[in-house]
Each structure stands twice: as structure tokens, then as C-alpha cells.
Design a protein around this ligand. Structure first.
Ligand code: SF4
Length: 286
């Protein structure tokens, strides 16, 4: 107990007041004179939300686009290079949220991979729920599950990673990275159907909700979603399967969006937009 959370340098965002309730001199990265933004992806796209970004990830995603170019994780500052961080007690994060929440009712906890910090995360979720009664979305890569955290979450936004996300030697060389730690084990860790089944079972037994949100950049990704994931899962709802275009910039999104829409229609899955990239490009903190 009493463990601190390690937040990425954005911490709680976008905000107009700091942790102590003092007005910030600069506008939030949205350019608007208000705290909050809209959720850009998934079932709740468009819903006003505050975000909390935790640092570090157990995966290292680098994809190959349909045109052969590489595209990596859009939050490398929280995953590949989690160097600028702030350490806070869960209660301090709750206070920071209180100063900025206004009329917003949705908080999204994201990363990196938030469940790497499961103990202080469970405490944060419990306090956000019991003190502020907010709707909580947990964004996770679907490799980890924790009962204590899951108890407090309303929507599990799970983004399981396909084989195209594997950081091959060629991709690592392109980004001047060496194979070590999470890079080495990415491929064996990225798919955990027992964990995914645990989320599905929990949502079927409770009024919690989930989405399996696949980042898609190639036609063959749809075959893999079916063969490597869905055929191994039971009792999921087709409505909970989402496909989202690969891309960390407007140009990359424009390249994969038509193919992803085609795959969504052909397979009866939901298409998820990435509104924040369409509106703000690859800007942080929006
Ligand atoms: S799992 Fe998510 S945060 Fe981690 S490296 Fe992949 S895209 Fe980035």
C-alpha cells in the first residue's frame, strides 16, 4: 500500500490548474481555455474526458504500413523512452483531477501499459470511483489482468497487438534501437487469450463493458484477428470488436483508413475513428 504512481510527463491532461489548484499560465495543448478533451477512439469517441497517462510499457510496437514504411507507437515518450516522469500518490492524482474535472464525467486511464502499476492503480481507481463517481475507462494492451483494478473500471478498452507490431531487427535498426528487454519479448507477450477471456467473462457477469480495439494496417490483419484471437475466445459480442486505422499522423491515417473501413464492413466489425489525430495530428497532451 501507499505506493506512488509513475505518471508520464503529461500526467493528468489537458488541464488548466496544477496539482495544487493554481491556474496554469499557458493554455492546454488543445488550445482551448478549458480542461478536458474528447475521447478520440472506440465506443466513446466524442465523449468529453480527462486523461491520466501512466509511464512504461511491457511491449514495443513498431508496425509496417501497407506501403512498406514503418510506424511506431504514438506515445513512445511513455513506452520506449519513459524518461520524463512525475511520481505522485494516488490521492494527489485524485486531487489534481478534482481541480480540473468541471462538468466532465469520464476519466480515461492510459499509458504505456497502466497495469504495470496495478497496486497504486487500484487505489487510484477506487478513489476516483468512490469520491467522484466518475466513469472510468482503462486503456490496456490486453496482456495483463488484475482483479483489484478491474473492480472499479467501467469500460475496458483493450488493444491486443497483432504480429505486424513486432519490432523486427530491420525495424529496430531503422529507429536506431537495440534489442533488449521488452523489445526482445514483445512477440511472445503480445497475445494472451487467457487475459482477454478474463475480461470477456467479467463483462458478461457484470454491467461492465469492453472493446477489443485492433490497430489494422494490412488486409492480412483481418485474417489474423480471426485465426489468432477470435477463434480462441468464447462468448464475446461481435459489437465489441473494433478495427482502427494504423497511423500516428494524419498522412498515415489517410493511408490505412479506406482499407480498415472495407475490412470492418466485410467482417461485421465496428470501425473506430482516431478523432484526436484527425484534429491535432501527432500532438501530445490533447
Ligand atoms: S502497447 Fe501501446 S503503449 Fe505499449 S508500445 Fe504498444 S502502442 Fe505503445
Amino acid at each position: 500500500m501507499n505506493e506512488k504512481l509513475v505518471l508520464s510527463n503529461e500526467g493528468v491532461f489537458p488541464v488548466v490548474k496544477d496539482l495544487h489548484g493554481n491556474e496554469l499560465s499557458e493554455l492546454p495543448k488543445t488550445g482551448l481555455p478549458i480542461a478536458g478533451t474528447i475521447q478520440g477512439e472506440g465506443k466513446l469517441a466524442g465523449v468529453p474526458s480527462l486523461f491520466i497517462r501512466l509511464s512504461s510499457c511491457n511491449l514495443r510496437c513498431i508496425w509496417t504500413m501497407d506501403n512498406g514504411e514503418f510506424c511506431r507507437c504514438d506515445t513512445t515518450y511513455a513506452s520506449f523512452h519513459p524518461d520524463k516522469t512525475t511520481e505522485l500518490m494516488p490521492a494527489e492524482v485524485v486531487t489534481w483531477v478534482k481541480h480540473n474535472i468541471g462538468t466532465i464525467r469520464h476519466v480515461v486511464i492510459t499509458g504505456g501499459e497502466p497495469l504495470l502499476q496495478k497496486r497504486p492503480l487500484a487505489q487510484l481507481c477506487q478513489q476516483l470511483k468512490t469520491e467522484l463517481n466518475l466513469h472510468l475507462t482503462l486503456e490496456t494492451n490486453g496482456t495483463l489482468y488484475d482483479e483489484e483494478v478491474a473492480k472499479w473500471v467501467d469500460l475496458f478498452s483493450i488493444s491486443p497487438k497483432l504480429s505486424n507490431s513486432t519490432p523486427t531487427p530491420e525495424k529496430l535498426a531503422f529507429y536506431k534501437l537495440t534489442e533488449s528487454g521488452p523489445t526482445k519479448f514483445h512477440n511472445e507477450k503480445r497475445r494472451n487469450t487467457n487475459v482477454l477471456q478474463a475480461y470477456i467473462n467479467l463483462c458478461n457477469e457484470t454491467n461492465k463493458d469492453l472493446q477489443l480495439k485492433y490497430v489494422v494496417g494490412k488486409k492480412s490483419d483481418a485474417i489474423e484477428i480471426e485465426s489468432d484471437f477470435l477463434t480462441h475466445l468464447k462468448n464475446y459480442k461481435k459489437d465489441d470488436i473494433l478495427v482502427m486505422p494504423l497511423g500516428a499522423s494524419r498522412q498515415e491515417l489517410a493511408l490505412s483508413a479506406p482499407l480498415v473501413m472495407e475490412l470492418a464492413i466485410t467482417n461485421g466489425w465496428r470501425y473506430s475513428p482516431r478523432v484526436h489525430i484527425e484534429m491535432f495530428g501527432s500532438k501530445k497532451g490533447v
